[in-house]
Design a protein around this ligand. Structure first.
Ligand SMILES: O=C(CO)[C@H](O)[C@H](O)COP(=O)(O)O
Length: 213
């Protein structure tokens, strides 16, 4: 099966978790684009979506789905999003598309997080994919120095500005044996907005190539 086919199957399968009349949290990325297509086919049966990025907002609107403000919706029943890496405990690296902060907010605001991936995203140990960290622009070098002290190799994703007006550092060469502890430690660095490790709030359900794992 091609990677694109795996993503499409996972996006389609996730639509089975959407309930009548609900508001769905929607992530960002090429796998989520397939989910949005599936959501478009059932748009008359949902109230709308909360979007994690300008990119997904555009896609949702193209499919005729109302985009709602999280401040007005309260807790969501369901959040569907992709990932860059997923370990056997459903802990994730996310943010390859740069939308990690809003993704984390919606994941946190949702009762159930369904992660949709293709088989290539499954790993034994998180960290081969660089960990994205969104930073306040003026704190970029400060945060990079702190990360270097933690034996990470931060690379500035130059030219990328997040939907929140911030910058991203991608941290290479971390073998992440304790993702919860690392996430906590990174969150404490002044200037860090959010961390692309979803370990404390891991996925509840993981769908791989269209099959629930
Ligand atoms: O975290 C993300 C965006 O910030 C995406 O979910 C992640 O990068 C996976 O993307 P794709 O589905 O295109 O492989």
């Amino acid at each position: 099966m091609s990677q694109a086919e795996g993503k499409r199957r996972s996006g389609d399968k996730a639509a089975e978790y959407v309930t009548e009349g609900s508001i769905v949290g929607v992530g960002t990325g090429s796998t989520v684009a397939f989910f949005i297509e599936a959501l478009g086919r059932m748009k008359d049966r949902i109230e709308g979506a909360v979007s994690s990025s300008e990119q997904s907002t555009r896609l949702l609107k193209e499919h005729g789905i109302a985009v709602l403000d999280l401040n007005a919706t309260g807790t969501l029943d369901l959040y569907v999003d992709g990932a860059d890496e997923c370990d056997r405990h459903n802990r994730l690296i996310k943010g390859g598309g740069g939308a990690l902060t809003r993704e984390k907010i919606i994941a946190e605001a949702s009762r159930r997080f369904v992660c949709i991936i293709d088989a290539s995203k499954q790993v034994e140990l998180l960290g081969k994919f660089p960990v994205p960290i969104e930073v306040i622009p003026m704190a970029r070098s400060l945060v990079a120095r702190r990360i270097a002290e933690m034996r990470g190799q931060p690379v500035w994703r130059e030219g990328t500005v997040t939907d929140n007006g911030n910058w991203i550092l991608d941290v290479h060469h971390w073998q992440i044996t304790d993702p919860v502890a690392l996430e906590r430690e990174l969150n404490q660095i002044t200037g860090v907005v959010s961390v692309g490790l979803f370990a404390r709030r891991a996925a509840d359900v993981v769908i791989v190539d269209g099959v629930v794992r």
